[in-house]
Design a protein around this ligand. Structure first.
Ligand code: PLP
Ligand code: COI
Length: 365
């Protein structure tokens, strides 16, 4: 689909009543994930009859008008991204590999028959939002400003075909740890009755429908006192895919590491970054299928020493216990493992400007 032009100039509507500094400081102290929002938002409009992306605005954050026939409300033409802005020790602000999010948004757009957004416009949207919401980027350790770029079909039309009008928006919220438990090991529920994605489906796209489909198995997990759900492949129901919102790594006692291959899972940017960091350390990382039965057997034998969950929201989190209708098991001591801790330190060190950035991943804004 067409995607022009690559740059638009943004119009900023001043905020009539931004959150006062004192209330903002209070909101930044211990924000729960996704509950506190900044003052502004970005909105960029697309209309194929107007030649593509045509209007870019920085607006006070608030409700938006949407026709009840907007196709997103009926056929779920929607995609999103998740990324973070970090406060560096010198007070500056940085993004982590934002061009990868721009690329993945466009991969998702193609799968959902949506228009691509020029990478430069994606990055400029983030810069514009951070320019007005700069004070919302927290400085406390473990905190950051979570950015949520998303795009949806806004055309009022009930026929089933790709829409002709879309909105791309960015909202932001200061966040701390994703899990209530912080960085201690999490408990995972194995979904035996439901799958997340099938070959040829939308598993590799970051689209709302994948998350809607994960809610019932996630609720099952919560009912079993678990933090997250792990999905198996749709065909054989034995190969481990990923969690509801995170990728997985399996660490063995001989220093090798396995992660499920791409295809039906989300190609995580954290996943890719950790593979690079592990290979820098001389570890052998293989992208290959790993089964639930093998996972249990290797946990029991002690060959498997750690399992890590990773993603923008969760960073790097140890998996301690696996709750499975076919037999529960514990990984290692059930607590955080050495490699998990080391990698979280290395990754967050780079992201927050406390460690050198050998791969040029950090982009100051
Ligand atoms: N898998 C799923 C289903 C996700 O929602 C996420 C989070 O975005 C990830 C994996 C990890 O991706 P990333 O590391 O790019 O945040
Ligand atoms: C992210 O890590 O950015 C995600 O989108 C995952 C989601 C479960 C919050």
């Amino acid at each position: 689909m067409t995607s022009s032009p690559t740059t638009l100039s943004f119009t900023t509507l001043p905020h009539p009543a931004p959150v006062p500094a004192e209330a903002r400081a209070e909101a930044l102290v211990d924000p729960k994930f996704g509950t506190v929002f900044t003052d502004y938002m970005i909105m960029v409009d697309y209309d194929s009859d107007k030649g593509g992306w045509y209007q870019a605005q920085v607006l006070p954050r608030g409700p938006i008008a949407l026709d009840p026939a907007a196709s997103v409300l009926h056929y779920a033409q929607e995609i999103f991204e998740g990324m973070k802005a970090y406060r560096h020790p010198d007070g500056g602000i940085a993004l982590f590999r934002p061009e990868e999010n721009a690329r993945r948004l466009n991969d998702s757009a193609r799968r959902l028959a949506m228009p691509e957004l020029p990478e430069a416009l994606f990055l400029e949207s983030l810069r514009q939002l951070l320019a007005v919401d700069r004070a919302w980027v927290p400085a406390a350790e473990g905190s950051s400003l979570y950015l949520r770029p998303f795009m949806f079909a806004s055309e009022a039309f009930l026929g089933v075909r790709p829409a002709r009008q879309y909105k791309f928006m960015v909202i932001a919220c200061p966040v701390g740890a994703y899990f209530k438990s912080g960085h201690s090991a999490v408990k995972i529920w194995v979904s035996r009755d439901y799958v997340r994605a099938a070959p040829g489906g939308t598993g590799a796209a970051k689209t709302g429908g994948n998350y809607a489909a994960s809610l019932v198995p996630q609720a099952e997990g919560i009912a079993h006192s678990c933090d997250q759900v792990v999905f198996l492949d749709a065909v054989e129901r034995r190969w481990i895919e990923e969690l509801g919102g995170m990728n997985l790594f399996f660490v063995f006692d001989d220093g090798t590491v396995i992660t499920p291959p791409l295809g039906t899972i989300l190609p995580g940017i954290t996943r890719d970054s950790l593979m690079r960091l592990m290979r820098d350390e001389g570890l052998t990382v293989r992208e290959e299928p790993y089964s639930i039965d093998q996972w249990r057997a290797d946990a029991h034998s002690g060959r498997l020493v750690e399992t890590m969950a990773c993603g923008t929201a969760a960073v790097v989190t140890p998996v301690g216990t696996v709750v499975d209708p076919e037999g529960d098991f514990t990984i290692g001591s059930g607590g955080p493992g050495q490699l998990t801790e080391k990698l979280r330190g290395r990754l967050t060190g780079i992201q927050t400007g406390r460690h050198p950035d050998p791969h040029g991943w950090v982009v100051r804004v």
